[in-house]
Design a protein around this ligand. Structure first.
Ligand SMILES: C=CC1=C(C)c2cc3[nH]c(cc4nc(cc5[nH]c(cc1n2)c(C)c5CCC(=O)O)C(CCC(=O)O)=C4C)c(C)c3C=C
Ligand SMILES: [Fe+2]
Ligand SMILES: [Fe+2]
Length: 352
């Protein structure tokens, strides 16, 4: 057993003493969350929780809630549900984000067991929907985790993703009688192994093509431009990821275009918008493109349906000829190696 994990235990506890589990370290992987089904009520429950989060939509409740409840949640569960149906993993009856998260966590758990032994456990939770952050924190504490490393799988920090995941984690801590020591991992948008994993995925994608694309579009999830102006570093971190990827690939300036997708509501979002940009590329004669989405650690509705469906159609409609979607890093070994490096860095001092 690792020395740093050895904690004083009650060897001869009296009969009426509650059980004392062996001390553990927990690594809690978090992702955004996904609906339990694509039917109206599952979609409504999920979207209601998501779109009521002030880190995501920061309008005052008195203004936003009537619009959300009376307009958005009467229509969007149908349109989004229809999109989820297109990509649903029918075998497991779950969304791809869930299937891929489970695969990532299984590989990480195996790596962690090899590297650190059975005193370090790995589990996952979602910010919205199931399994809830609180339910998994409760389980980890019950299992004896006296230290928890919380790891939201967003390479680029955003208030709407990393911060709200952390908020939910801290809320779960507020109800613990025996509160563990906790750490949250910082963003890893410039981690050399993350950039390496992205580069390898591009090289793999390009090796399978007969003709090299005219441009690689790096499409990131968008957010209102106002959030950038108010200090959210997400936009800058996305730009830096694209630059580091281009440098690692040894490509000239201009070989990767950085764009933003998934505009929601009437405000201006980060530009250029992917859907408009790819159509413009086709009109300019760049008729062969590839698209990668570095902000998503797992393929999901935004990549499988929006990028590889709607955005592909916009490109083809504008005269584009070949559109190659490069999948997210998912459970690629190079991705797991990058995540393990982030975990290792952030366990420093807790374990050798
Ligand atoms: C409305 C505001 C939204 C902001 C701001 C936002 C930021 C943001 N989101 C991700 C990652 C994901 N978003 C996903 C789905 C999704 N996102 C929004 C809205 C905002 N996201 C909605 C309404 C939805 C649901 C789908 C829909 O109805 O269109 C997902 C996929 C979940 C899945 O089940 O597959 C991810 C992942 C990032 C990285 C981000 C950063 C700024
Ligand atoms: Fe989103
Ligand atoms: Fe910026």
């Amino acid at each position: 057993m690792n020395e740093t994990l050895r904690a004083p235990r009650l060897m001869h506890a009296p009969a009426d003493h509650p059980p004392v589990p062996a001390a553990k370290i927990g690594i809690l992987i978090a992702n955004l969350g996904t609906p339990d089904g694509y039917d109206y009520w599952s979609m409504r429950r999920y979207l209601n929780e998501f779109l009521s989060d002030k880190r995501v939509i920061d309008y005052p409740s008195w203004k936003w809630q009537p619009i959300l409840q009376a307009i958005v949640l009467t229509k969007r569960p149908f349109s989004s549900g229809a999109n989820y149906k297109l990509i649903w993993n029918t075998e497991a009856d779950e969304s791809p984000l869930m299937t891929i998260t489970k695969a990532q966590v299984a590989k990480l758990a195996a790596e962690v067991a090899t590297r650190y032994g059975s005193e370090v456990m790995v589990d996952y939770c979602m910010r919205y929907g199931n399994p809830s952050t609180k339910s998994v924190v409760d389980r980890m504490v019950k299992a004896g985790c006296e230290k928890i490393l919380f790891f939201p799988l967003y390479p680029q920090y955003a208030g709407a993703t990393s911060a709200t995941a952390n908020d939910e984690f801290f809320r779960a801590m507020m109800t613990q009688k025996r509160q563990p020591a906790v750490r949250t991992t910082p963003e890893y948008f410039d981690h050399p192994l993350y950039i390496e994993a992205l580069a390898q995925s591009v090289e793999r994608g390009y090796a399978a093509l007969e003709r090299k694309p005219d441009v690689l579009v790096a499409s990131y999830h968008g957010m209102p431009k106002r959030y950038l102006m108010e200090g959210d570093p997400y936009h800058c971190q996305c730009q830096k990821t694209s630059r580091l990827l281009r440098e690692r690939l040894g490509w000239d300036k201009g070989a990767i275009d950085t764009t933003f997708q998934s505009v929601f509501g009437p405000e201006e979002w980060l530009k250029p918008y992917t859907v408009e940009h790819v159509a413009e590329l086709a009109r300019q004669g760049k008729k062969h493109i590839a698209v990668i989405s570095p902000a998503f650690s797992a393929d999901c509705i935004e990549t499988l349906e929006e990028i590889n469906g709607e955005i592909r159609e916009a490109f083809e409609h504008a005269g584009g000829e070949s559109f190659t979607y490069i999948p997210c890093l998912n459970d690629d070994d190079a991705h797991i190696a990058a995540l393990m490096a982030v975990i290792g860095d952030n366990l420093a001092g807790w374990i050798r």
